[in-house]
Design a protein around this ligand. Structure first.
Ligand code: NAD
Length: 296
């Protein structure tokens, strides 16, 4: 049986640490970490995500603001609100829940957020800082993956990591994090995407396989070698008549087929998923405590 990488366990450990450090920050320096969350429209998944993030803030003793604007809100109003939060000393982190309605330019809103409050780590300044190894906010899902590997003492030094997917929020940042000359990194990284003619040819070489493609159960046992560590980032809804909701969540990896060959594997749900909010909270705490510096 492989090690089942338990994201619920690791994330709750991280959240416990942040709760304790937050109490200290409040009592010693009078600073309460503050997170501003912006939701535009009524996308049901986005509503759930924003509610979970707000709940996490309350549980940790953070200050939070949730601004829920209607679908037809003009872009200018969104940009003005971000500017207001950029200048509000009670706010240490700003999160704009994606996707935004089509008339609002996603890149414009990302660029508007002050890099030192960009706790999602999506601003090009933070991405550039990641690439050249400077301090800055790292995107939450990839940062969560690094924490999982660290917790389970999965060595990355000199290991071949194959990443499937090149999105700006998962594939590119996790690849950039893992090849850095730094602790819990120093891996040899290959990035695969839809132009790969025979994906198996690459994934079979992986010591650590990170899959973020958004395609249900498509990595089967013939894609991996024995002893592989599998990190499944995918979250896909598939029809399930036996469930009350009518669907269930599965990853990009066919767990039952791959697990017998793996040394360690993340389940879906309960693997990478719970880490994302924990890392968002950690970034907000780090912003409030001033532990991430933007000085040259
Ligand atoms: P995306 O759609 O932006 O990117 C998917 C990438 O996968 C693309 O670069 C594409 O080239 C590549 N790809 C798709 N099919 C492929 C194939 N057959 N072979 C090779 N490459 C292929 O997706 P994303 O935003 O990175 O998300 C990926 C998955 O991860 C989704 O299921 C998403 O829901 C999930 N996700 C989970 C979390 C979390 O918190 N656990 C966070 C973000 C995304």
């Amino acid at each position: 049986m492989p090690i089942i990488i338990d994201g619920k366990l690791v994330s709750s450990k991280i959240l416990d640490e942040i709760r304790a450090k937050t109490a200290e920050l409040k009592s010693q320096k009078g600073i309460t970490p503050g997170l501003a969350l912006l939701l535009v429209g009524n996308n049901p998944a986005s509503l759930t995500y924003v509610n979970s993030k707000r709940k996490a803030c309350t549980e940790l003793g953070f200050y939070s603001i949730v601004e829920h604007l209607t679908e037809d809100t003009p872009e200018e109003k969104v940009l003005n609100l971000i500017e207001e939060w950029n200048n509000d000393p009670k706010i240490h982190g700003i999160l704009v829940q994606l996707p935004l309605p089509k008339h609002i330019n996603e890149l414009k809103t990302t660029l508007k957020i002050k890099p030192s409050k960009d706790v999602d780590g999506f601003h090009p300044e933070n991405f550039g800082r990641l690439v050249i190894g400077l301090p800055g906010f790292r995107p939450c899902t990839p940062a969560g993956i690094v924490e999982l590997l660290k917790h389970y003492q999965i060595d990355t030094f000199g290991k071949h990591v194959v990443v499937v997917g090149r999105s700006n929020i998962v594939g590119k940042p996790i690849a950039n994090m893992l090849y850095q000359k730094a602790p819990n990194a120093n891996a040899i990284v290959t990035i695969c995407h839809t132009a790969a003619k025979d994906l198996r040819q690459y994934t079979r070489l992986a010591d650590i396989l990170v899959v973020a493609a958004g395609s249900p159960n498509f990595i089967t046992s013939d894609f991996v070698k024995d002893g592989v560590v599998v990190i499944d980032v995918g979250i896909n809804r598939i029809e399930d008549s036996s469930s009350k909701k009518g669907y269930k969540l599965v990853g990009d990896v066919d767990f039952n087929s791959v697990a017998p060959k793996a040394y360690a594997i993340t389940p879906v749900p309960g693997g990478v998923g719970p880490m994302t909010i924990a890392m968002l909270m950690k970034n907000t705490y780090l912003s409030a405590s001033g532990e991430i510096t933007y000085e040259a």
